[in-house]
Design a protein around this ligand. Sequence first.
Ligand code: ZN
Ligand code: ZN
Length: 80
Amino acid sequence: MEPSATVLHTRVGPAREGESFTTRNGIHTTVLPKCDTNDGFWYCVAHKEAFRNQLEKDIHIHRGRHRLAWFCHTHGAEVP
Ligand SMILES: [Zn+2]
Ligand SMILES: [Zn+2]
């Protein structure tokens, strides 16, 4: 039985510079420092999920534990 009092264990942390991970497409990538451009999308390292916009990202991180990276169109994964 589910307990009626819902306790949300939400925890969202940023990806760290220099850490590497493999995307769902099997691409091995290393997290770079954030650059000056704003052209890219949010990516959850923990669940290998990319988000098309802020809203999708916010819904995804609403509950649970996540690690977010910024996926720059020019350079790849960056610190958010
Ligand atoms: Zn996630
Ligand atoms: Zn970049």
